[in-house]
Design a protein around this ligand. Structure first.
Ligand code: ZN
Length: 147
């Protein structure tokens, strides 16, 4: 989809699934030398997340808050570790439409509410060699109820 090339802006974060968020925060804090920039519960996905800033990008630690959480299922199957890569995009809705018509298998055909008031959608790992890809769009401030 050459027309959508400009839609991808940067690597927003890498998501890491963990069994115990406070223990994981301690470990990453030791590595990175400082506390997470934010800790937030994301109801839409039944997860509690902690974001560590790393240069231009971030590491996101994810702990499930229920057995229905996609993170709980991942931990059961594969144990803790890298869960997804998130790319920051513009025009998420248009991009999802374009990907769908190009035959790319999507988990979310319409954006959902992610951490930090962003809109997010996931692309199925079967579409990308086993990598679960999150697409994330910063909402304009006037549409963001959390600000
Ligand atoms: Zn994420």
């Amino acid at each position: 989809m050459p027309g959508m090339q400009g839609a991808f802006l940067s690597v927003d974060h890498i998501g890491i699934a963990v069994d115990n968020l406070s223990e994981a925060i301690e470990r990453f804090q030791k590595l990175l030398g400082g506390p997470p920039e934010s800790i937030e519960e994301v109801k839409e996905y039944d997860v509690k997340t902690a974001f560590f800033g790393v240069g231009e990008t971030n590491l996101e630690l994810l702990e499930p808050t229920s057995l229905d959480s996609p993170i709980a299922k991942f931990l059961q199957k594969r144990g803790s570790g890298t869960h997804h890569v998130c790319l920051s995009v513009s025009n998420l809705e248009g991009l999802l439409q374009a990907l769908k018509s190009a035959g790319v298998r999507l988990i979310d055909e319409t954006p959902r509410k992610g951490a930090h008031g962003k809109r997010v959608a996931f692309v199925h790992p079967n579409a990308l060699c086993g990598v679960l890809l999150e697409l994330s769009e910063q909402m304009p401030h006037n549409e963001d109820p959390s600000r």
